[in-house]
Design a protein around this ligand. Structure first.
Ligand SMILES: Cc1cc2nc3c(=O)[nH]c(=O)nc-3n(C[C@H](O)[C@H](O)[C@H](O)COP(=O)(O)OP(=O)(O)OC[C@H]3O[C@@H](n4cnc5c(N)ncnc54)[C@H](O)[C@@H]3O)c2cc1C
Length: 405
């Protein structure tokens, strides 16, 4: 592969993984990024402990990618969660599987892993060009970048675009590429918030007192799906792992009907009948709050939340029903800028099995900019690594077909 030059645009986990695969096979690789330093979102993910991948068995694991599972499966099998763990360990950051199956580096940090990765990439000849924003193609097919010194044109034998989604735009991925690719006739599903919070019209009193309060060990149900987990009350509504996991369904329901009624079970470990029996005991002069706290073990936020749905029923059966199926009316998804990830992106119909754009031969895509979504739990980074590796391999295979000068 000596003599061939590949350009990777986007220095997030997907782009860097593509660069690594290309450089390992001897290609000359230059990585361009709009920001002054690489992988800012990856570093932010490190603040939450850096959930690199997930340790569950394959059938369950692949199902997390929903409608995109079939198209992502070959890439995820070729660079699997075990490969991610080996890769991290090779970079001096061994991982462990947490109780929930989530895989983290033992250090829980992204910065040492990224530093080691960038060192290894530099040692294999990968060059990094910061502050180069890809703005499109020149008529001669070369890539056009905006730089502090003005417009710059670059040519390569193959290009990997790994430009991310559009959440947290100040970290570099702002979805500006959607216009560039759409102008080239490439089909893009609109970018939407995924793994996001939702708005609820809280009463002023509830918002003031409970914004930031966690709702631990609850169950959330929507359209026949029930999930155990945690949520957090926010000023605007709710967020947290269990809410994120239901976010695709909730988002679509709100788009179709203007609202989604999420059902909360605040006591999922206690059966309805048993709770009703407990709550039918005489109150002996206790206030409703004290009674619910002492008899049902509800936290102050859970009690206040039960009241947000209307006056509390007087009878034990009614109270138990309220606690076990508390309706929460969600009226909007939080903005994409604040979501963990984006849904939408380059449609799979536009990509061949090597992640090459069929409309733009020699141009490959990887990572969150492709039209897939997955819950939090390490599935996002895993698919970014896997599609980055696949696009890198695809670009290599493409360059092998080009005769040497
Ligand atoms: C708060 C938070 C926590 C997260 N935690 C986790 C977690 O623990 N586990 C997990 O699996 N996932 C997590 N994620 C999601 C994960 O970080 C992303 O899915 C992943 O970073 C996407 O990788 P990517 O390489 O596709 O894109 P990005 O990481 O977004 O990288 C894209 C790169 O492209 C560059 N770029 C964009 N447009 C241009 C352009 N026109 N020209 C040049 N460069 C451009 C950007 O500057 C950026 O560097 C988290 C996300 C957030 C916001």
């Amino acid at each position: 592969m000596t003599g061939k030059h590949a350009i990777v645009v986007g220095a997030g986990p997907a782009g860097l993984m593509a660069a690594e695969n290309l450089a390992r096979s001897g290609a000359r690789v230059t990585v361009f990024d709009a920001m002054a330093s690489p992988a800012r979102k990856f570093l932010l993910a490190g603040r939450g402990g850096l959930n690199l991948t997930h340790g569950e068995e394959w059938t369950k694991f692949i199902a997390r990618y929903g409608a995109a599972a079939g198209r992502l499966a070959p890439a995820l099998a070729a660079f699997s969660p075990d490969d991610t763990r080996r890769w991290s360990a090779d970079l001096g950051e061994p991982t462990f599987v947490g109780t929930s199956g989530r895989v983290f580096p033992k250090s829980f940090k992204a910065s040492p892993l990224l530093r080691a990765w960038l060192r290894r990439l530099a040692a294999s000849g990968v060059e990094f060009r910061a502050r180069r924003r890809f703005t499109g193609w020149n008529p001669d097919g070369s890539l056009l970048f905006e730089s502090p010194e003005g417009p710059v044109s670059e040519t390569a034998d193959a290009v990997v675009l790994a430009l991310g989604g559009a959440s947290w735009p100040r970290l570099g991925s702002d979805g500006g590429w959607t216009r560039i690719l759409a102008e080239r006739g490439i089909g893009i599903a609109p970018l939407r918030a995924s793994n996001c919070g939702f708005d609820v019209a809280w009463s002023a009193r509830f918002r003031e007192k409970f914004a930031g309060a966690p709702l631990k060990s609850i169950a959330l149900s929507f359209e026949g799906r029930t999930l155990r987990g945690e949520a957090v009350v926010t000023e605007n509504g709710v967020e947290g792992g269990a809410v994120y996991a239901l976010s695709p369904l909730l988002r679509e329901a709100i788009a179709a009907r203007g609202e989604a009624i999420l059902t909360l079970d605040l006591k999922p470990d206690v059966a309805l009948a048993a709770l009703a029996t407990k709550l039918s005991r005489p109150r002996r002069g206790q206030s409703a709050s004290t009674f619910l706290r002492k008899t049902a073990g509800l936290t102050p936020v859970a009690i206040a939340l039960s009241r947000e749905a209307g006056d509390l029923p007087d009878d034990g059966a009614g109270l138990a029903a309220r606690i076990k199926s508390l309706p929460l009316r969600l009226v909007a998804a939080r903005p994409l800028e604040r979501a963990i990830s984006s849904a939408g992106g380059v449609r799979f119909e536009e990509i061949d099995e090597n992640f090459m754009l069929t409309n733009a031969p020699g141009v490959f895509v990887a990572g969150e900019m492709i039209d897939w979504e997955a819950p939090t739990g390490g599935y996002l980074l895993q698919a970014c690594f896997a599609t980055g590796a696949a696009a890198g391999r695809g670009a290599l295979a493409w360059m092998e077909r080009i005769p040497r000068d």
